[in-house]
Design a protein around this ligand. Structure first.
Ligand code: ADP
Ligand code: TRP
Length: 350
């Protein structure tokens, strides 16, 4: 049976090295296995042999969460989740987005370059409005802040899930527009989307998402986890009949956790018949409990040491701020935003 560490190690061996990697995740709820397979596992694997920056996107979370206590709690929870899953603060710079207020400064500069019509084409924006989120201006300009996050650290590669692809295209467009107007300041980043797990289905078969209420949380365990897995929607093929593994949500999730040999054995059982969805779910439960067991134990350590978590984030924030401030200084000069306190201040005649 696989574990997080096996999987991360195997993936790390296949990834590019020597690049600057950056990604963020919103603390807008508890993390789920869609977040893990779509993004977090890649974040962990990219730590090795690269320079990595990972942050908790709390400015972004403000677009949908306006509860101070919840935002604080989720921010710390996401930090503990990452550390428990194996984020190594010696390898990666791990921080909270609001520790680097320079990104909001850069976002404003970008906001002045981006046509509203361009933002109105945002798939994530349209989707969020359709789901009833309040259409605040921050939802519309969300991708502008994300572009600032990415460009301020001069990222080469941004590991994300499929649904973030358009935000990376926006980011590249914004960088190009800035560079054309003001000179070459920004590098054009590329997304990295894992080819096999672009979209993880939720228990109802739709894309798994915090906002659809169809998630399986990474750190659920025991009877709560079992109950959740048992509620995955399946069709009504009787137990004796052969089943099509490729049209089954349970099988799609088994694919994520099982080794190739385990998966082949399960596939054959589906095709043969006499193997019920209940049995497949039981197997998924067993594999998932085992997969996250070590991480669960490590999480208990971090829960008992919140001060250490805060220290890690504080140090990460300081490092990130230094990098961001150096780039911002170049941006202020390139755009003509005079800062009277900086060395570059000079009076210019026109
Ligand atoms: P949610 O949809 O649950 O709110 P986020 O939008 O915060 O999740 O996504 C965080 C990261 O996880 C992003 O990189 C996103 O692409 C990825 N992700 C979220 N849900 C899935 C999924 N079901 N399958 C694959 N990746 C996902
Ligand atoms: N929009 C991303 C999401 O919903 C979170 C995010 C914010 C992000 N800033 C980023 C991801 C920069 C990658 C890079 O998941």
């Amino acid at each position: 049976m696989r574990t997080v560490a096996d999987h991360v190690r195997a993936l790390a061996a296949q990834l590019p090295k020597g690049r600057l990697i950056l990604s963020g995740i919103q603390p807008s709820g508890r993390l789920h296995i869609g977040n893990y397979f779509g993004a977090i596992r890649q974040h962990l694997a990219f730590q090795y042999g690269n320079r990595a920056f990972y942050f908790i996107a709390n400015y972004h979370a403000l677009t949908s969460l306006n509860d101070r206590e919840l935002l604080e709690a989720y921010t710390l929870e996401v930090a503990m989740d990452y550390l428990a899953l194996g984020l190594d603060p010696e390898q990666a710079t791990f921080f909270v987005q609001s520790d680097v207020p320079q990104v909001t400064e850069l976002a404003w500069i970008f906001t002045c370059l981006v046509p509203v019509s361009f933002l109105e084409k945002g798939v994530a924006y349209k989707d969020k409005i359709a789901r009833g989120l309040s259409p605040v201006a921050g939802l519309l300009t969300y991708p502008v802040l994300q572009a600032a996050d990415i460009l301020i650290y001069e990222a080469d590669i941004v590991p994300v899930g499929q649904d973030q692809k358009q935000h990376l295209e926006f980011t590249r467009d914004i960088a190009q527009k800035f560079n054309t107007l003001y000179g070459e300041v920004f590098k054009l980043p590329e997304p990295y989307i894992h080819p096999e797990v672009a979209v993880v289905p939720g228990i109802d078969g739709q894309k798994m998402s915090k906002s659809y209420g169809n998630t399986i949380e990474i750190f659920a365990s025991g009877s709560a986890l079992r109950k959740r897995i048992m509620s995955i929607v399946t069709d009504s093929t009787p137990l004796e009949a052969p089943k099509d593994p490729d049209r089954c949500t349970v099988f799609a999730l088994l694919k994520l956790f099982a080794t190739p040999e385990e998966l082949e054995e399960i596939r054959q059982a589906y095709l043969r018949g006499g193997y019920g969805y209940g049995q497949a779910k039981e197997r998924l439960y067993e594999l998932m409990e085992h997969y996250f067991e070590e991480a669960r134990q490590r999480r208990r350590y971090w829960e008992a040491h919140p001060d250490e978590v805060r220290d890690i984030l504080r140090q990460g924030g300081q490092r990130a701020r230094e990098v961001a401030e150096a780039v911002m200084e170049r941006v202020r000069q390139a755009t003509g935003l005079l800062t009277t306190y900086s060395k570059s201040f000079a009076l210019r005649k026109i």
